[in-house]
Design a protein around this ligand. Sequence first.
Ligand code: UD1
Ligand code: CA
Length: 461
Amino acid sequence: MDVMILAAGLGTRMKSRRAKVLHELAGRPLIAHVLRATFKLAPEAVFTVVGHQADEVERVVRDYAAEFVEFDPKASPELQFVQQTEQKGTGHAVMAARDRIANRPGPLVIVAGDAPLIEGATLGHLVESHRAEKNDATMLTVVMDDPTGYGRIIRNKDNSLLRCVEQKDASPEELLVREVGVSIYCFEVAFLLAALDRLTTDNAQGEYYLTDVPRIMQQQGKKVGLLCHSSAEEVLGVNTRIELADLERKVRDKKLRELMLSGVTIIDPATTYIQPDVQIAQDAVVHPQVIIEGSSRIGTGTIVHSWTRLRNVVVGEGVVIRNSCVIEDSTIRDGATIGPFARLRAGAEIGEKAGIGNFVEVKKSKIGRGTKASHLTYLGDARLGERVNIGAGTVTCNYDGVRKNETVIEDDVKIGSDTMLVAPVKVGRGSVTGAGSVVTKDVPPDSLAVGVPAVIKKKLR
Ligand code: UD1
Ligand code: CA
């Protein structure tokens, strides 16, 4: 079985220079959500019809496909991209792929790239129903409270399809119909192609409508089934930024409910933003106005206080992250305390029971067990041992204008306030530096280093 994702349109109603399928929901482009759902079908090939920002859409599909294959190893479809340079409608998009799909065996599932909540299981049901009823085409529909803007499904008395009619082409009676097509289909490819030959642009928008294909197939003696799905919000596409924000809220609510049911305290769900792939263990507490993103994982009993943002952070058990911390791509081990107002980035690794206090920035540095840097400090490209104490105002001067150099501070060192550690430099085990010292040479173990060696060496220019 193959999948085709229609993603060439600009999405005029988004009022954007960006193609609609590139707009993000829960931190991922819309099309990535759709792609992930289609992987549940374990398709042999995924054809993506691209047009607006084709290169960017292709890149997104390739990147996320590589990521999703790790989760769904059974699905590692061949990725094909079809250029639809002019967008003359959903039917025209499929026509653009004609040569590529002509000789493919098995059914073709077509989905619009702008329906991010679609679930793999729903696509699975569509294919099952298509096969069980031996249909030539099966079309997914849904009944909406307010169907305005969508293509209506007009049925015969015996419930079979009479025709699909777009909002702009519908009569007043047809507009009263609340069942709509959701741009998700399963087709026998040969019959799909035969019907595409008969498609015209004889409609209000002057486009080739894919929605006309099922009726043409019926005229050609083929069997068309309708499968009415129960959840409108799952299957419908995003057309405006208002709809996008509505979905964002729904995705967020769903995630927060799952977390709370699994034993996480969310003090104020209305102001808490946690992306779908984040994992949080039991008895963790998340205070109001916290944002947790990406592939972050939070351990049991950890507390995250307000105004903190975590992105791709692995946090152990019993950690306390105080107010207003900004932390990304870092690891924090059990029992550590962070913040308030701490900044950890790009490969900070904070050891067990370590303490990183206010206005401390840590980058690409390993902080040993029980080590503390409590105030106003920059630690970059540094390796700190255990039980080290870093005085206020300490800076690892890691950048010499050309390259980043490493600072090593061994176990049980006490760095005095306002020490400048001019890297590459090493402070040996048990040593102490005096307040305000500028350390330019390695300090042997168990030594005291003091003073400022700033001597003028040469004129710069
Ligand atoms: C379409 C359906 C409508 C249905 C609705 C459900 C048609 C004619 N109408 O309308 O019946 O109720 O979806 O969401 O099919 N695309 C292309 N190339 C094109 C045009 C569109 O690739 O030339 C892609 C778009 O990028 C988008 C998808 O097809 O991902 C749907 O297009 P869109 O313009 O949003 O269709 P609707 O007007 O919503
Ligand atoms: Ca749409």
